[in-house]
Ligand binder design. Structure first.
Ligand code: MN
Length: 373
């Protein structure tokens, strides 16, 4: 694990080789004891102080810390013909810290918590390749006062913008020679995302939640799919979660081409056009009694020429759990919500460092399960 961290971080460009050496040392310390506090993981007071000094440095930013890992990830991506770019959001809660210190623990905008939106890349065989993008922002912007709010659109707009920003960055970071499929859960069922322009070789595969109106049809999305005859079956591995045991699920497959109509309230004023997509509905035929059956309605720009294509796309979607795993390792495995840091800068720098440590664990986890299984 420490070796992986060293290789991953050694090309991080921080303007001075000694800073990179320090980052590697911090990465090694934290990944040896990810769940421990920073002083415990650092071992000695001198090492602890060196870590805090590094995070306090005016010459280093969180994105500089992430860049070495992103570059290494892009190198891994280049060896593939197609990669999956999975987007998801998690929340880090820092509410209790404020209460503990009683004097305002961090800048007010961090006192409540942070949202973390990551783009995690995975091969089409389900092997994690790494993070290519990560955004963090304060959760409760409403409380930041009017000046800050005026700069932004509504929170809802900003929240949905993260998917479009993620897609744009994915398109620019992943080399043109590599095809990329952006994957996201129901939160990303947004017309603007479906309609936004993508580079050649960039597609998406997104789980639908809304029962959208279809263009030129009386029927809505869900009825259109569920009224199809079953076109085949397949199995997918469902990973263990808090609520469910690991299992192999057998799915009934239905798919067809649809055109989703633009949102009615905006269609005219903004001259929005319908978007033609492939829709795939998979439903679990015989779920174990204690399990919630799988029902995924997926919308994609990927071409479907055979049932085999549909099998691949559904399997790719099933790899979305890897980003949940990554965020879980960041939160629980690395205990980042328990970080006792005095400034917002230290916290952001620490989070950037831990985001690489968490990535290392997800990669190592999977490699060891491949070798043992
Ligand atoms: Mn989500």
């Amino acid at each position: 694990m420490e070796e992986w961290i060293t290789l991953e971080l050694e090309r991080t460009e921080l303007g001075d080789a000694r800073r990179t050496k320090r980052l590697i040392k911090i990465g090694e310390n934290l990944s040896a004891k990810p769940e421990a506090s920073v002083p415990v993981a650092s071992g000695t007071w001198a090492e602890t102080k060196a870590t805090y000094d590094f995070w306090d440095s005016p010459y280093i930013t969180p994105s500089m810390i992430r860049q070495g890992h992103i570059d290494a990830t892009v190198e891994r991506i280049e060896k593939h013909q197609i990669v999956l770019a999975i987007q998801d959001t998690t929340e880090l809660n820092y509410t209790t810290h404020k209460a503990m210190s009683g004097i305002g623990y961090l800048d007010s905008k961090y006192a409540q918590g942070l949202k973390v939106h990551s783009v995690f890349t995975v091969s089409v065989q389900g092997v994690p390749l790494g993070i290519i993008e990560q955004q963090m922002w304060a959760r409760n912007e409403v409380e930041l006062g009017k000046a800050e709010l005026r700069k932004q659109k509504s929170t809802a707009d900003k929240e949905s913008q993260k998917w479009l920003d993620g897609l744009k960055l994915t398109d620019s970071i992943i080399p043109q020679s590599v095809r990329v499929v952006t994957i996201a859960d129901r939160e990303a069922d947004i017309y603007d995302l479906f309609a936004c322009s993508r580079r050649p070789g960039s597609d998406f595969l997104i789980r639908a939640t809304q029962n959208r109106c279809l263009d030129g049809s009386e029927q809505h999305l869900w009825e259109t799919l569920s009224s199809q005859k079953s076109q085949g079956t397949m199995t997918v591995e469902v990973n263990r979660s808090i609520t469910q045991p690991q299992r192999t699920a057998t799915l009934d497959i239905r798919y067809t081409t649809i055109a989703i109509a633009p949102p009615q309230n905006r269609a005219k004023a903004e001259q929005l056009a319908p978007v033609t997509l492939q829709a795939i509905l998979v439903t679990e035929a015989d779920p174990p009694p204690e399990c919630e059956p799988i029902t995924w309605l997926l919308l994609t720009t990927l071409e479907i020429t055979s049932l085999e294509d549909v099998h691949s796309y559904v399997r790719w979607y099933s790899y979305r759990w890897l980003i949940e795993r990554y965020h879980y390792v960041l939160k629980s495995g690395c205990g980042v919500e328990k970080l006792q840091l005095e400034t917002a800068q230290r916290l952001e720098m620490a989070l950037a460092t831990y985001s690489i440590v968490a990535g290392a664990f997800v990669v190592a986890d999977l490699l060891s399960s491949l070798f043992s299984g």
